[in-house]
Design a binder for this molecule. Structure first.
Ligand code: PEP
Ligand code: MN
Length: 337
């Protein structure tokens, strides 16, 4: 059960709800966002309590919840969320394309890629400055220097930036450049990071854990939302299955499933899903056909020389082709690119 307080509810009115919950032996979790207090209650679904609490002063609405994720659910917010980030609406009619290198490798390649993806119609520049690499001996990203280059590319192209944050201490610094903070697949269940990005209330692109169920994915989003975050984009990036020929298996069904369960916009990453450039365009088309609100795609001017994820990176030429071909698919499902 979730008790949504009115924006003008007083502390005393909140306390009365908490007291009533305590008297009924319920477990309580209070979260406060910009405008209101929301009280999650677990342990009982008694109809009489539901009715009684609805009439408490200061209470706007009491909602019965059937899932462990509440603020992320359609029960809490029936209409789809649309976020305006960096001047771009995510969750609206336009399928938002975020593109750029896996990692910021140097200034020249970043500026070159940023200009190319902008010219081809991308709405966001992606690129990792802090890279969560499986091996400690692989290129770990340029760190702070990478953020400076992203800032320069943003100024030069006007493209807003999405880039990964790996630790709570770096949130403020990364958020100076990032319009959207990316939380990667390896950190989807790093609950202290999720709480910290929630408290920072910055927009987040939350990638699905490579072995996470849809429910675990949505409860991870719930950590951000219940700590004050209000703008989370869910990103399906492929999950591990028995199939070894592809890097991961794109869970296309997760796109409409997430949209049925949650009001949050859904992004798809066809690059990490397939793991090879020849699969990126077909998977991107499948994602758009399935209703994805956004795509995040890796593009590199010389994929063979890339310091990370070259195999799955599109050249600027292929990226241009992808944008053209996607336009027809988007049109077929009532969207545009
Ligand atoms: C990335 O976007 O470069 C990345 C590391 O993604 P993921 O966390 O999905 O592996
Ligand atoms: Mn990558």
């Amino acid at each position: 059960m979730m008790v949504i307080m009115k924006p003008e509810a007083t502390l005393d009115q909140v306390s009365r709800v908490l007291q009533e919950a305590g008297n009924n032996g319920l477990e309580v979790r209070v979260s406060r966002n910009d405008t209101r207090t929301v009280i999650g209650l677990t342990g009982c679904k008694r109809e009489d309590l539901f009715k009684r609490l609805s009439e408490f002063p200061g209470v706007e609405e009491v909602v019965l919840m059937s899932h462990p994720f509440k603020l992320a659910s359609r029960e809490f917010r029936p209409q789809k969320s649309v976020f305006c980030l960096g001047g771009v609406n995510i969750g609206g009619e336009k399928v938002v394309v975020m593109a750029g290198p896996c990692a910021v490798e140097n200034r020249t390649m970043l500026l070159e890629t940023a200009c190319a993806v902008k010219e081809a119609g991308a709405s966001f520049l992606r690129g990792g400055a802090f890279k969560p690499r499986t091996s400690p001996y692989s290129f770990q990203g340029l760190g702070e220097k990478g953020l400076d280059y992203l800032q320069e590319a943003k100024q030069k192209t006007g493209l807003p930036v999405v880039t990964e944050v790996m630790s709570p201490e770096k949130i403020i610094r990364v958020a100076e450049v990032a319009d959207i903070l990316q939380v990667g697949t390896r950190n989807m269940q790093n609950y202290s990071l999720l709480e910290a990005v929630g408290r920072a209330n910055r927009p987040v692109l939350l990638k699905r854990g490579m072995m996470a169920t849809v429910e675990e994915f949505l409860t991870a989003a719930e950590y951000i939302l219940s700590n004050g975050g209000s703008r989370v984009i869910l990103c399906e990036r492929g999950i591990r299955t028995f199939e070894k020929m592809t890097r991961n298996t794109l869970d296309v069904a997760a796109v409409p499933l997430l949209q049925n369960l949650s009001h949050l916009p859904v992004c798809v990453d066809p690059s990490h899903a397939g793991g090879m450039d020849s699969l990126v365009i077909p998977l991107a088309k499948a994602a758009v056909a399935a209703g994805a609100d956004a795509l995040i795609v890796e593009v590199h001017p010389q994929p063979k020389k890339a310091l990370s994820d070259g195999k799955q990176s599109l050249t600027p030429d292929k990226f241009r082709r992808m944008m053209k071909e996607l336009s027809a698919v988007a049109g077929a499902v009532g969207r545009h690119i």
